[in-house]
Structures are given as C-alpha cells and as structure tokens.
Design a binder for this molecule. Structure first.
Ligand code: 5GP
Length: 128
C-alpha cells in the first residue's frame, strides 16, 4: 500500500509543493516548526533513510541542498537544520527547518498554525 508521502508526491493528496525532480519531491510540513519548514522525500518508497541505496541517498542530499538554499534566502535564518526522525511516517524524509538557535529544532514545541493562503505564499516563494 502506498504511503501518504507517495500519494503526496503523486498528487493524489494535496500538498504545498516547494520543489520536484524525477526522483525527489519537497513540500511544506503541515505542522511546521517555522515558516519554510519543508520535507524532502525520495519518490522511491523506502521507510528508513539509511536503507536507501547510495545513489538515491546522495542525490537526495544534493536535491535537499538546493531547497535549503532557497529556504535560507527566504527566511533570513542563520542556518537550515537538517533533521531526520521518521517516527511518524514510514517513508524516508528529511526535515529542513530554518533556525537561529538550538531551541528552534525542538519537536515538542507547539507548531505554527498557518492558513492555506500563508502556506501557499511560502511555497510559491520557495518555488520561485
Ligand atoms: P516524522 O515521521 O519525521 O517523525 O514526522 C513526520 C512529519 O510529517 C511531521 O512533522 C508531520 O507534521 C508531517 N506530516 C505528516 N503527515 C503529513 C501530511 O499529510 N502532509 C504534510 N505536508 N506533512 C505531513
């Protein structure tokens, strides 16, 4: 059965698309820690990031780098944190989170609540 993230990459479930290639897809996390919090996934359906073959994993990091550069320019943050949890959704993904301090990557913090218009505005700026 396809994971929720495969359905998102296939356009079967809506998402705020940030970037896409033939092998990877990037979209805004629906429960963001910060404006611009993005998830990067391989279109290949593998649960655990480090089960990806070397070529897919290295390509994913290079794809994520391009997205991270856009997030940094968009948010003016100090750095873009790269976080891998994967405890909730069994489809390998990388969180890209704009940060200015360590506490900005505390996943137990309350998440931002954004309107669909705010999500779309962020996604369109990151796509541009
Ligand atoms: P993790 O698996 O890394 O522990 O957490 C999964 C992340 O995916 C969470 O930050 C959660 O907000 C996000 N997420 C879960 N389901 C969806 C969804 O349907 N759409 C989007 N955009 N994000 C999701």
């Amino acid at each position: 059965m396809a994971t929720i993230f495969s359905k998102i990459a296939a356009g079967e479930i809506p998402s705020y698309r940030v970037g896409e290639s033939d092998r990877y897809y990037a979209f805004l996390d629906i429960n963001p820690l910060a404006k611009g919090h993005t998830l990067v996934i391989p279109k290949q359906e593998v649960d655990y990031l480090y089960d990806l073959d070397d070529e897919t994993l290295s390509g994913m990091i290079i794809f994520a780098k391009q997205i991270a550069q856009k997030i940094k320019a968009f948010s003016g943050c100090n750095k873009v944190a790269t976080v891998v949890l994967g405890l909730e959704v069994p489809h390998a993904h990388i969180h890209l989170i704009p940060i200015n301090s360590e506490k900005d990557v505390d996943f137990s913090r309350e998440k931002l609540v954004l309107t669909p218009e705010e999500f779309e505005e962020i996604a369109s700026k990151l796509r541009g």
